[in-house]
Ligand binder design. Sequence first.
Ligand code: FEO
Ligand code: CA
Ligand code: CA
Length: 738
Amino acid sequence: MNDRTKPTKIDPDDIGHNESANPSFDSILAARLSRRSFMLGSVGTGAMAVFGGVSLATLAGCDSDSNTPPAGLASNETLLGFTAVSKSLADAVVIPDGYSYSVLCALGDPLRAGTGPYGNVGLDDDYENRFGDHHDGMEYFGLSAAGTPDPASSERALIGMNHEATTDEKLSSFFLFANGGTSSLPRPAAEVDKEMAIHGISVFEIKKNAGTFAYVQDSAFNFRIHQNTPVEIHGPAAGDDLMVTKYSNAGTMTRGTLNNCGTGKTPWGTLVSGEENWAGYFTRQVGDDAARTAAGYAKSVTSLNRYGRAEGKASRHGWETGGAEDKYRRWEISLAGASADGSDDYRNELNTFGYIVEIDPYDKSQAARKRTALGRFAHEAAAFSIPVEGKPLAVYQGDDSRGEYVYKFVSAKAWVAGDASRADRLAVGNEYLDAGTLYVAKFNADGSGEWIELSIDNPAIKNYAGYPFADQADVCVNSRLAADAVGATKMDRPEWSAVNPANGEVYIALTNNSNRTVATADAANPRYYSDVYGTSTVKTGNVNGHIIRLREGAGEAASTSFSWDVYLFGAESGAGSAINLSGLTTDQDFSSPDGLVFTPSTGICWIQTDDGAYTDVTNCMMVAALPGQVGDGDTVTVSGTGVTTYRGKLPTADTLKRFLVGVPGCEITGLCESPDGRALFVNIQHPGEATAQADIADPTKYQSHWPGNIGYGAGGNLARPRSATIVITKNDGGRIGS
Ligand code: FEO
Ligand code: CA
Ligand code: CA
């Protein structure tokens, strides 16, 4: 199937390497179902049990938790003391009474002195000097008045932010072009140049101005990373045969970082950014499998297929057709040259993407570094364990595709507190992130779990029949295949990971999984059901997602065992207790958790959604949570699958509350705060995403006009929608979430 034609309302992140068809749902029966109809049952038997009974070993009571404020919180503040906002389909960002927001920056805003304001009618250019598109994960890096790193500063800072992708329908990012751009091949070079520039990362300065944060257009700190920016390759795969390209015969460099989704902040003050759906930007010709096999590269075909690049599969934007220049040709990764090692073509180019990338936000002169030791997959966030002097650091990571895995990297070096303030930050990164051990998670039915080492010395990997691993570099580059070899647990699309600062427990958002079936449901991914979207579209699988959490054995980041439970099940509050297993009320219900961040100042866990299942009722949202700990709930047997799982303590009105609802077509993603907790930064990504490219000339048909419709930038109520970062403050000056 050609993945260029993206039907609207399909999440472009919802990608699975496993293309096998789901069991089909009975379409006649489905057509009779109306919205608010939910069904449980086993597909294929013809017998579908309408929900009603749920077998609960013990139903936890709804006793209200007392929200003990963390140290430093004023005694008159109550966390989650705000009134929950209602679900909304309005073209407006909704936040609680007593709070205000303003737009900090949006797609196309200038990042250099002398770059003009964004016109937003598809005529702007020079995106290397502007904010990119699809604002995603971001982190806050404090700056002193003197312009030196100051983690405690709530007055001045740098923000490092991902620009994951762009709003597209057929090849082109249509809001960036006056006429919607070219929806057939070849793509004009000028269009490709724009699109390559709007992907990547922005680092920009913010400063309080009369008490309100604004970004500093002409700051010397500002910089962009786009698809022509040189980036270094580090770790076991640096210099390996697998990384040799025409651009870097030494296999130590590549250009750009792509489809950057979640972020993380290292204990030494740098940004880490996850490359997610990078594979879709490349293509290779039909016949390439045979060419590679004839040239002795047969195993590369296995790798390419496992990472979603079967021969003949079209690229997302057709960048390879922009012209004869190397910067365009690199996106076509067929074996084309005569060399034995790939030094005269881009047959290995795909191997240079798919990593956690480290950036020093304070020093734009230093190239970003791809950390291959942390594995190669569809990376989301990278969450660090709480550093403990003398103990290794762990980095928790999800691979967002249907049925992919959860990973952990453990540094070889034990933490030295003094490294937190060293000035040679990327050298510190070399010490912690280039040598260590990569693990993949196996979730057992009894609530325990194992971290399985992905090492070439593991016989299951060394002797794997599915792929002949050469060495540890090969294991890092093909970590999905190594994880296959050791029998890791296939999860419901692992998105962001986050570490609870209160106890070190690890939370992982499992957004949804349309491939989950009754037959494949397991304790850690226990739900299969159906939901009718609108009046006729039926969605099946784990429709609304869940959040799993784990506690390391003996609390050690380097432990190879853990215990786990499901903190929360996403659900519609009207779905009934067999699906709404966490008992979400109308003030709490959410679907498709994705972004997940604990704010250090309050310990609040912010859950952000990227949803396509509940968006007939509400736009995507952000929910604030005060979670407990692994094992604080009960055991439950899930109707429909019959799987027994472990459920966190049911939330109460005091421990889970909707804080924000976004605009039509958007997802909510990325979050950071000022250290005093009084400014919260949140991204509204791809507003108006379901707009039809054919309607570009008729602004009245755009799905959203935000933020133009609140007076930000040009265009007013008929503006083209723009991804943007907002800053939220409390009107009484208090902390966000109180
Ligand atoms: Fe970019 Fe899986 O979210
Ligand atoms: Ca995401
Ligand atoms: Ca997403």
